[in-house]
Design a protein around this ligand. Structure first.
Ligand code: ATP
Ligand code: MG
Length: 329
């Protein structure tokens, strides 16, 4: 039996190169080796206010992006979270198992809630539990994610272990797959924080659907640190970040990347980097544009059916173990 992977992204804003390098690229690479489920997590998106029409559009756009990036629907299951109602049902059970204290320790809640717990939505507070539900429903073995999700995956493991201890062996305990490079691509404007879809400063992110002019402008405007050498250096996060993007897109070793820019300045480096990104994204953007809407809907419908079969079975087991039974069972 193949081991199983599950992962997802939120249809908030536009996918950026950090999402691609930290997550999507690895999904594509892992799908041949694992039985894979990739979800568009629209129920997560509403933890912050969304414009309904835009959310609807972004949900389909994100599905197209998964497929254009190389997710193969003939071997992987691609589906929209709200099509499988078991995600919300198991989330409720896990919310009852989770503790306020452990959720209060989640750093992303502090970031996204802007440190104001009084005004932050309850959904934003409990969102890591919905993520645990997404993963545990599928008896997932491995979860390919960026660095920012590591803490949420640890919570998922804790909740699974707690349930198994209290009600008997039920859930597989998932492991995180965090890539050694690219797990935390930083904002081009504030290289102390990660590139984010929800960042208000759009110049901080290169979006996968940005056109060539925009990419060139954003790379030119990217902040730099002191020093002039184009070298990997943890102490210089801005250049380190730009070189990491260059390395991952070209597939070169760190030494080869540094050799490319030996004796060269920032101007030359930024022009080369922008060109590399533009060329990398060109065929991808073409595939997104050409995707047939009917085909997309079929893929998502089939994906939801397949996912639901697995999810229903897990939820049924959970309900039985907890004594949650209705008139029909
Ligand atoms: P938002 O700001 O709306 O939360 P996001 O950019 O964090 O958006 P998500 O949809 O939350 O994107 O995350 C999708 C996947 O991308 C997750 O696996 C996450 O860990 C990964 N990811 C997000 N940002 C980065 C980044 N800057 N570098 C590497 N991986 C990232
Ligand atoms: Mg996020």
């Amino acid at each position: 039996m193949k081991k199983r992977i599950f992962s997802g992204a939120q249809p908030t804003g536009n996918l950026h190169i950090g999402n691609y390098l930290g997550a999507l690229k690895n999904w594509v690479a892992l799908q041949n080796e694992f039985e894979s489920l990739f979800c568009i997590v629209n129920l997560h998106a509403v933890t912050l206010p969304q414009e309904p029409k835009i959310l609807k559009q972004k949900t389909l756009d994100l599905s197209r992006i998964y497929l254009a990036a190389g997710i193969d629907p003939t071997i992987s299951t691609v589906f929209i979270q709200s099509d499988v109602s078991e995600h919300a049902e198991l989330a409720w059970v896990l919310i009852c198992l989770a503790r306020m204290g452990e959720l209060e320790r989640m750093t992303q809640f502090k970031d996204k809630g802007k440190g104001n717990a009084e005004r932050a939505g309850v959904g934003l507070f409990t969102y890591p539990v919905l993520m645990a539900s997404d993963i545990l429903l599928y008896q997932t073995d491995l979860v390919p994610i960026g660095q920012d999700q590591k803490q949420h995956l640890e919570l998922t493991r804790d909740l699974a272990e707690r349930f198994n201890r209290d009600y008997g062996e039920t859930f597989a305990i998932p492991e995180a797959f965090i890539p050694p490079t690219g797990a935390k691509i930083l904002s081009l404007q504030e290289p102390t924080k990660k590139m984010s879809k929800s960042d208000e400063n759009l110049n901080g992110s290169i979006f996968l659907l940005d056109n060539a002019d925009t990419i060139i402008k954003k790379v030119k405007r990217a902040v730099t640190d002191s020093g002039t050498e184009i070298k990997f250096d943890e102490a210089r996060p801005a250049i380190n970040n730009l070189l990491t993007i260059y390395q991952l897109l070209t597939g070169k070793t760190a030494a080869e990347c540094e050799a490319d820019f030996d004796g060269k300045g920032y101007g030359y480096f930024k022009t080369e980097l922008a060109e590399t990104i533009v060329e990398f994204l060109r065929p991808f953007q073409q595939r997104v544009k050409e995707f047939d809407d009917e085909e997309l809907k079929n893929i998502l419908k089939n994906g939801a059916e397949k996912a639901k079969t697995i999810a229903r079975e897990t939820l049924q087991t959970v309900y039985e173990k907890m004594g949650i039974v209705g008139a029909s069972n």
